[in-house]
Design a protein around this ligand. Structure first.
Ligand code: ATP
Ligand code: MG
Length: 447
């Protein structure tokens, strides 16, 4: 999806707020409201305003590229589902009040999907009959609804939220493990591209057992889960994911290297093992935000929903499945929890709504207007996403707004610089400033 490459603040919809909204308890929620990214419509249900929408789309695109890279195919299933399939899997009754149930005009039971295991299994079952149809992975990025008891922290625990959910289909457990491991690698890459250190932690596998469930957790004081891990994981370079994806042993070795040090969420935590495996000064107990969860569940859905294939020997077997979720909308908040300072958001470049904020210190002045208009056109021509603060506002207002919305680079154009032939370039993260010619700034940022 192509986002508009350049906008002028004077004609943009960016309702920033100077003061903290009263009802927002955590920093990411406050900053999302203050920067005009989102607006609450009802408890746990948000509209995404222009800035927030851009961030959401960028997160989504990174998730998509990494799914495509491991050979998963994108589809789109509906938000509204029929209750019938859920009755077959037994989850219609189990799901309880978190499921939003709807009755249509013909008195048919429908629901707003909280997840899609049943539907995807049914899609597979209808069309895939042979071992030749597997391995297969499909995913979609779609809104989910869960009527959470306590929606809170803005988009972090919403009721309507955007999730990427992928599903794998394999002939046997060994092949299933390989699919799981490929997703594992895709997750490491996905989060590190967003500037996050997301640590995979052993998670509860439920009745199926085994070691094939991991939650991906970013550490933050406001996280809802208590987590325990070996400090080495905080130092581990999780961007090192170079591996031949069609070599199961190599992929397994990479997964093993990341999962070897102790890491577990509270549900799975074993104090004795933690203390035995990790020296005292390396034990980390912290709060974490779950930004993804992957799960291998064998034939839990394929059996009741009749998703079986014939093997090359003519035998009929239920396919082995896994499911893999990423909290796309939660990530927008999660990234802010990890990337902010006292002045506002500090977006990692990969998910920033724009790369450059162009700040005209004297709107209406022929000199500064001329330099800004010229740069604005040139940034666009060079494919650099730019937001141009062309409002007739005081410099202080422009500085604080652009700091608040967290654009990685600011180009500041004032009358003094116009006279001297320079602009000022500020790095939002480090605060470093540099004076250079407009051409040099362009060349640096277009690189
Ligand atoms: P949680 O324990 O946080 O409720 P979950 O185990 O119910 O999560 P999954 O069903 O595994 O979550 O969903 C996959 C991902 O979707 C989660 O890792 C999380 O990032 C995201 N997610 C789940 N529930 C919500 C929600 N209410 N609001 C926003 N994102 C959510
Ligand atoms: Mg949940």
């Amino acid at each position: 999806m192509r986002l508009s490459p350049a906008v002028r603040v004077s004609t943009y919809f960016m309702p920033t707020m100077r003061d903290d909204p009263a009802d927002a308890q955590i920093v990411s929620h406050r900053l999302m409201l203050r920067s005009g990214m989102i607006r609450q419509e009802s408890a746990g249900i948000y509209s995404w305003l222009p800035l927030g929408f851009r961030v959401l789309k960028k997160i989504e695109q990174i998730v998509r590229e990494e799914q495509d890279r491991i050979g998963a195919h994108e589809i789109l299933m509906p938000t509204i589902q029929s209750a019938d399939l859920w009755r077959k899997s037994g989850r219609y009754d189990d799901y309880g009040k978190e499921m939003l149930r709807i009755t249509d005009r013909h008195e048919r039971d429908m629901l707003f999907g909280p997840t899609n295991e049943e539907m995807i299994t049914d899609i597979f079952a209808e069309h895939a009959k042979s071992y030749k149809n597997v391995p297969l992975m499909m995913y979609h990025i779609q809104w989910k609804f869960r009527d959470e008891v306590r929606p809170r922290f803005g988009v972090m625990r919403g009721r309507e939220f955007l999730m990427k959910d992928a599903y794998s289909f394999d002939l046997d457990a060994e092949a299933g493990r390989h699919s799981y491991n490929k997703q594992f690698i895709a997750y490491l890459r996905t989060y590190s591209r967003m500037g996050l250190q997301a640590i995979p932690m052993a998670a509860d596998t439920g009745p199926i057992g085994g070691d094939m469930s991991h939650e991906f957790i970013i550490l933050a004081d406001t996280g809802e889960s208590e987590v325990f891990c070996d400090k080495s994981l905080l130092e581990h370079d999780l961007t090192e994911t170079d591996v031949n994806l069609s070599d199961p042993a190599a992929v397994q070795a990479l997964v093993d290297s990341v999962t070897a040090p102790y890491a577990a969420t509270d549900e799975q935590h074993d104090t004795a093992a933690f203390e035995a495996e990790v020296p005292e000064d390396r034990r980390v107990t912290a709060r974490g935000i779950e930004v993804g969860h992957i799960f291998f569940f064998a034939d839990k859905y394929s059996k009741p929903l009749g998703a079986s294939v014939t093997t090359s020997q003519g035998e009929q077997v239920d396919v082995q499945m896994g499911s893999y979720g990423v909290g796309v909308s939660r990530l927008a908040g999660g990234i802010i929890e990890a990337c902010h300072d006292e002045n506002g958001i500090v977006w990692p470049e990969a998910v920033a709504p724009f790369k450059v904020a162009l700040i005209n210190l004297r709107q209406g002045d022929e000199g500064t207007d001329g330099v800004c208009e010229d740069l604005y056109a040139k940034f666009q021509a060079a494919g650099v996403e730019v937001i141009y603060d062309d409002r007739e506002e005081r410099a202080g207002v422009k500085f604080s707004d652009m700091d608040l919305i967290g654009i990685p680079w600011q180009i500041i154009v004032g009358p003094k610089g116009v006279k001297g032939g320079f602009v000022e370039m500020k790095n939002r993260k480090t605060g470093e400033r540099e004076e250079l010619s407009a051409e040099a700034a362009l060349a640096k940022l277009a690189a």
